[in-house]
Design a protein around this ligand. Structure first.
Ligand code: ADP
Ligand code: MG
Length: 729
């Protein structure tokens, strides 16, 4: 009997909802209580210092030392009052996780005395010994130092007894080693470009911010069952497991009532999040069994990204308390839906206007159309880069499976807006619009708000969909740092808006009227970006064919997708907009390839181990029982009689042998391929070898192991089965 599995099942079924130790209260009472936000700052600082900080945050000007000293003192006092004993720079290295290194405020001052100390220098800059974070060759060992620098645009917060200060992480020579640095650069670029375009419509606009509202999907499984699955522990996904009789086919989990144990977990998550200033608002069951989603109200993108990283951390910690493991992998279970992280994105002005929401005046609507069409054009021109931004070993399993957006980039805008764009394209010809056509066009555009109001057009199969007042980038993976997708999207939109401004200005210089010039350029973009628009079913095979005809790429694997990073156009868009240098781009390319290779290598090793050390021995044990049975029967019956009653057992013995030998053969072949792949010094060649030569064995090994799961005695099967993991009671 497989004691590990059965003990885990026993433990899992005895787990009850865990009561939260703090009484629940309304969200508004606890919101932001653990955050050193600007209002708190005002209380703890002099008026002058406070204003200096706010000014720096808004303009991006560096904060001078004296002011930083005052912020540090204020932060320390506030943090001590909130139970903090330590502080840390909190940053996002390219590992995908967040990093922290705690130091105590405590400092001995001699004669057996000590104080709590925290100064400007400790707030502004730290030098963590960070030589083992991924750097893609940027840091040689002799310059192995990296440093973290305070990001005043994202407020500090207290978790447990630690004050966390959001920071960027850069090498000693100034190159970014994290996700935040390029994101901040991209946000700056889009601010500048969008503000300039806004001047055509509204001179009061002096700043444009990018907004992000993520929707986080995840699976919950019982911690005891998780602990009995080496594949989940090592790789975050199940590498084996036959589909259960009941999966998601009845669609009874989606938006269903949330199991009590999960609800207790969610309430604690929400309570923790709200205190940390994460405006979490929505929770529901997702499509697959044990799959859930949570979403906050959208925020400024840098803050939203930090909050998502923080949420993933909090989820893990709270999960443990509730005897859950939170699975953020994009495809933890075969045969049921994977998890994504929809990135709802828009741009908003300092005047409070959402640029992707049409307004009350014709001018506002033309402004909406301008940002709408420019975004589509940016996605069209840089589709490959968006594909790069969502590429990961985990997401490769999800994209293009029939429950997730395909690996083909396309934009969905709905029938009504399609009609408006078509009309615009038709009516503006060769730089001229007749007076009648112009009136028509303006009338049509004036109707956009009404159209959108009752626009129930929803397409769940598009990787990039317009949803009324924002675009929703759905292809982002559930474990990803949103910064990757957001840095790319904001950069390409910035570049596109700059281009638009240049082209409109050129027409204005030639004496064109402003509206005419804008119409003309938008028309050109509508025409030239048409092939990226797709309104049909993105999950269908038809679309794959149609997309090929249109010349859209369908890049299925990460090593292939990453190539686009190094293309001239890509390097240019990041360097010209000062988001990343060429060296940084190359470093990231290497890191992404290496990460891919390492992930597949780990999966492959775990797969081999489980197959040889868990599954085959258990199959042999059961086969021995069958052999004993056959031997026994042969002793009891003559040959003719045995033929009648013993054939099935013989066939089963045979079947088990066949599966075992296939598993063994493919594990050996896989190991050979791994050895060959490991010899490559070139990161691309190595990743491709893992992708093309190692991965194909996974499916075959799994197929035979899953067949054995169906044949072998349930009592001795070593791994918790899908049916046991996928239902929280
Ligand atoms: P859906 O129908 O897609 O679930 P919701 O209105 O529930 O739409 O919004 C989903 C997410 O989109 C939420 O996080 C929400 O805050 C966010 N969102 C709404 N408006 C914007 C915006 N202007 N910019 C960015 N995100 C937004
Ligand atoms: Mg949504």
């Amino acid at each position: 009997m497989s004691t590990i599995r059965f003990k885990a099942i026993e433990k899992a079924s005895s787990n009850k909802p865990v009561e939260y130790s703090t009484p629940y209260t309304s969200g508004s009472k606890i919101f932001g209580t653990k955050v050193f936000h600007t209002d708190v700052m005002r209380e703890y600082m002099t008026k002058d210092a406070y204003e200096a900080v706010i000014n720096s945050i808004e303009t991006g000007q560096p904060i001078d030392r004296k002011v930083a000293g005052m912020v540090a003192a204020a932060m320390k006092n506030w943090a001590l009052e909130h139970g903090a004993t330590h502080y840390t720079h909190w940053f996002q290295p390219l590992t995908g996780a967040t990093a922290e290194k705690h130091d105590a405020f405590f400092e001995p001052i001699g004669q057996g005395k000590a104080i709590e100390n925290f100064e400007a220098s400790q707030l502004v800059q730290q030098e963590p010994d960070a030589s083992s974070f991924p750097n893609g060759g940027i840091r040689n060992t002799f310059e192995a130092r990296g440093y973290t620098a305070w990001d005043p645009t994202s407020p500090a917060f207290v978790i447990e007894s630690t004050l966390c200060i959001p920071t960027i992480f850069v090498s000693y020579t100034g190159e970014a080693l994290d996700h935040k640095t390029p994101l901040l650069n991209a946000l700056h670029a889009v601010d500048k470009a969008a503000t300039e375009v806004c001047q055509y419509f509204d001179k009061n606009v002096t700043k444009v911010i990018s907004t992000l509202g993520w929707e986080q999907e995840y699976f919950l499984i019982d911690l005891a069952l998780f602990s009995a699955r080496p594949d989940l522990i090592m790789s975050g996904r199940t590498l084996f497991g036959h589909a259960p009789a009941k999966g998601q086919q009845l669609e009874d989990h989606y938006f269903g009532s949330i199991p009590e144990r999960a609800k207790a977990f969610m309430r604690e998550i929400e309570n923790e999040c709200l205190q940390l200033g994460i405006p979490i608002k929505t929770r529901h069951n997702e499509v697959a069994p044990n799959q859930f989603e949570c979403a906050p109200v959208f925020e400024e993108t840098n803050l939203a990204v930090d909050h998502n990283q923080l949420l993933m951390d909090v989820m893990d910690k709270v999960g443990q308390k509730h005897n859950f493991k939170v699975l953020l992998h994009e495809k933890p279970f075969a045969g049921v839906n994977g998890s994504g992280k929809h990135n709802n994105w828009s741009l908003a002005t300092n005047t409070g206007k959402n640029l992707l929401s049409p307004g009350k005046t014709p001018k506002n609507n033309l402004q909406f159309l301008t940002f709408f069409v420019n975004t589509i054009k940016a996605v069209h021109d840089y589709a490959d880069l968006l594909r790069v931004a969502i590429a990961s070993a985990g997401n490769d399993h999800r994209l293009g499976a029939n429950e997730a957006p395909p690996a083909i980039m396309s934009v969905f805008i709905g029938e009504q807006l399609t009609r408006i764009l078509d009309e615009l394209e038709k009516k503006v010809k060769d730089g001229k619009i007749s007076a009648d056509d112009k009136t028509d066009l303006k009338l049509n555009i004036a109707r956009i708000p009404e159209i959108l109001l009752d626009n129930t057009d929803r397409n769940r199969t598009s990787p990039f969909a317009f949803t009324g007042n924002k675009f929703e980038f759905r292809a982002v993976g559930s474990s990803a740092n949103c910064a990757l997708a957001m840095a790319t999207l904001n950069t390409i939109v910035a570049e596109q808006l700059k281009q638009f401004k240049k082209e409109v200005d050129a027409l204005l210089d030639k004496g064109a009227k402003k509206d005419d010039a804008i119409f003309q350029i938008l028309r050109n973009y509508i025409s030239s970006s048409k092939k990226i628009r797709f309104e049909g079913n993105g999950y269908g095979d038809e679309w794959v064919k149609e997309a090929t005809k249109r010349g859209l790429k369908n890049i299925k694997t990460t090593p292939q997708a990453l190539d686009a990073m190094l293309e001239k156009q890509a390097v240019k868009v990041f360097t010209v907009n000062k988001v990343m240098t060429e060296r940084e781009i190359h470093a990231r390319y290497e890191i992404q390839l290496e990460t891919y290779t390492k992930k597949i290598q780990i999966e492959s090793r775990v797969m081999g181990d489980i197959a040889l050390n868990h599954i085959i021995p258990c199959a042999i044990k059961y086969q021995n029982t069958l052999i004993q049975n056959v031997t026994g029967l042969k002793g009891l019956f003559n040959a003719a009689e045995f033929k009648k009653i013993g054939t099935t057992q013989l066939e089963m013995i045979q079947e088990i042998s066949e599966h075992i030998s296939m598993i063994k053969k493919h594990v050996e072949a896989m190991v050979e391929e791994r050895k060959k792949a490991n010899l490559f010094e070139n990161a691309k060649k190595q990743a491709i070898a893992y992708c093309d030569k190692v991965i194909p064995h996974f499916e075959i090994i799994r197929y035979h192991a899953d067949k054995l799961e169906l044949v072998v005695d349930n009592e001795c099967w070593p791994l918790p089965k899908y049916r046991e993991m996928l239902w929280i009671r």
